[in-house]
Ligand binder design. Structure first.
Ligand code: ATP
Ligand code: MG
Length: 567
């Protein structure tokens, strides 16, 4: 492709809403443009990258025996009725009506459709195991679309579903997808970590996420450097630590604490560490109000809380509801005499003589003990693990990092197959419920994650496998016939070998051409300049600062060798 003909609207300035480098670079390098919040058009360069990523995924899935099909994005309400998800999805799902007033939705994910397909089309164990997948557009009206295609409202997902008759079969299918994912992400040159993930309230017997460590990631990964165990913090179990609480059987005492609302205010007033306080937070879980207790220096893990409660919606209770159960203004909640269930983090069992709100405006209790002064409704792991915590597997020290979730594999079990009566006959002729797994990769999010890991101040540095064009040939002076001829010849050589190649035939200063080539991240640059007459060109990789003079043939060969080693 000639750069002069390419729709390549590079930008110097980008909208301030582009907060992270991948978002800025995707706009600056002319890969995409915004159509609405969380909705993007892809321009030619962007489409090429998208297709390359899709094909890496497709090859990885196909080589592991998965079969591709394609489901509609627009589906009737009935599809979700049997699984109960018409209500579960809430405002995240785009809903619409047809001209006859019938309810439809835009698919946020496709478990139901795949289950229905296998129920209707597969009868016998002879066809199992089977893994089906699609690469298809999903719609989710996210609460907080941001970071460009990282969290958008329309996005492309590769979603796959496995079908087995036994748990061992599921384990095998799951491992097969695990292996496929490792190959796929390696091929994209991603530096990824696999972490244990939350399986949600509805169970499922296991789940892992593929994370790309990055400061802009919205997930937090907790990992142990000693044993290598890693989990999403949503999932990682909290190991209770000992607390240096005051010793002895001290009597609970009500203390006047006017205008004291935060843990900071309290530590100032009492002159002690936040870990000697216990926070009581009031939540609304669907229609129910519950109190949740964690140590003063801890945060509540809302995923663990929601899994325990099995609620659809979980949010901090509004002030009126707080006052109703505590009888006090917000900021003075405590477990003693509160009029709702009290869920207590297990770590508090290690504490005594601690400080809590008194359920009376402007008062706290000190020297409170579990069992003696109050009895919680339930005691469970409810906190977020942080740096320095103990590893639940080996006791080593936990570290945390931000991560971008690019893929998720999940043992679903029979949740959907039961709901849809998806059964198959086994060897003995008995009808058995099919056991499922599901496996997702965010195609567009992969592109953003790759750029987060492969870019510098000058632009994108595409891995060869996903690069929209592998080589850019740059004649320094397009008016010089010798340079022009040699550049054209090299360009034609790559084309004839089926290599995606650009030639920057614009009558621009070389500095401008180099800047653009760097911005759009083409992995190999071959510059044809003053030494063209001797058949010498400059060979430079985008990932390296050095360049080398080579004969035209050597440069072409070096490029071909590099490309074939990556594709
Ligand atoms: P998240 O926690 O980031 O919202 P999720 O758990 O909802 O992700 P899944 O339903 O497991 O995601 O979807 C599979 C994959 O699709 C994710 O691993 C992610 O890469 C991608 N994905 C999910 N939501 C979005 C989105 N709004 N924009 C872009 N990609 C997304
Ligand atoms: Mg989500």
């Amino acid at each position: 492709m000639k750069v002069s003909r390419l729709l390549l609207p590079t930008l110097r300035e980008v909208p301030s809403e582009a907060e992270i480098s991948s978002h800025r670079l995707m706009l600056r390098a002319g890969l995409m443009r915004k159509a609405a919040t969380g909705v993007y058009s892809y321009l030619p360069l962007g489409v090429k990258v998208l297709k390359n990523v899709e094909n890496i995924i497709r090859e990885g899935m196909d080589s592991h025996g998965a079969q591709e099909l394609l489901m509609p994005a627009i589906l009737p309400k009935e599809v979700l009725e049997q699984s109960g998800r018409w209500d579960v999805f809430g405002p995240e799902m785009f809903r619409l009506k047809d001209r006859g007033g019938r309810d439809f939705f835009l698919g946020p994910t496709h478990e139901e459709m795949f289950t229905i397909t296998v129920r209707d089309e597969v009868r016998s164990y002879k066809n199992l195991p089977m893994t089906l997948y699609q690469i298809q557009t999903k719609y989710r009206d996210e609460r907080r679309p941001r970071f460009g295609v990282m969290r958008s409202r329309e996005f492309i997902m590769k979603d796959a579903y496995s079908f087995d008759l036994t748990e061992e079969g599921l384990d095998k299918s799951y491992k097969n997808m695990y292996d496929a994912y490792c190959e796929i992400f390696k091929k994209m040159d991603m530096d990824f970590t696999v972490v244990d993930a939350d399986s949600g309230a509805m169970g499922g017997s296991g789940s892992q996420e593929f994370m790309v460590k990055s400061d802009v990631g919205e997930d937090t990964i907790a990992y142990c450097e000693a044993c290598g165990y890693a989990a999403n913090v949503e999932k990682m179990a909290g190991v209770p630590t000992e607390c240096d609480c005051p010793e002895g059987d001290l009597e609970a005492e009500k203390i006047y604490t006017p205008n004291v609302k935060t843990i900071d205010d309290l530590t100032n007033l009492f002159g002690c560490k936040p870990s000697l306080f216990v926070k009581t937070l009031i939540y609304r879980a669907d229609d129910k109000i519950v109190a949740v207790m964690v140590r003063g220096d801890r945060e509540v893990n809302e995923t663990k809380l929601q899994n325990y409660l099995g609620c659809l919606e979980l949010e901090m209770a509004e002030p009126a509801a707080v006052t109703e159960v505590t009888g006090a203004a917000v900021g003075f909640a405590g477990p003693i005499g509160i009029k709702c269930d009290v869920l207590m983090d297990i770590e508090i069992e290690k504490m005594k003589n601690f400080i809590v709100g008194a359920n009376e405006t402007d008062y706290h209790y000190k020297n409170v003990c579990v069992g003696r002064d109050f009895t919680p409704t339930a005691v469970l792991d409810l906190r977020i693990v942080t740096d320095g915590d103990s590893c639940p597997k080996c006791g080593g020290s936990i570290k945390t990092a931000q991560g971008i979730e690019v893929g998720h594999i999940f043992k679903l079990g029979t949740k959907y197959s039961k709901a849809f009566s998806c059964t198959c006959l086994d060897e003995t002729g008995t009808d058995r419920t099919v056991i499922m797994g599901c496996y997702g990769i965010g195609v567009n999010r992969c592109i953003a994650a790759i750029i987060e890991q492969h870019s510098d101040e000058n632009g994108i540095i595409w891995p060869v496998s996903v690069a929209p064009y592998k080589v850019i040939v740059v004649p320094v002076n397009t008016e010089n016939e010798v340079q022009k001829e040699l550049a054209d010849k090299i360009y034609e050589t790559f084309k004839s070998k089926g290599i995606e190649v650009l030639i920057d035939d614009r009558n621009e200063r070389p500095g401008v051409k180099f800047k653009d080539a760097d911005l759009i991240g083409i992995p190999i640059r071959i510059t044809v300049g003053k030494k063209a007459g001797e058949g010498i060109v400059e060979y430079k990789l985008r990932s390296e600062s050095a360049s080398a003079d080579m004969t035209e043939n050597d440069a072409v060969q070096a490029a071909l060798d590099l490309i074939s080693s990556k594709i």
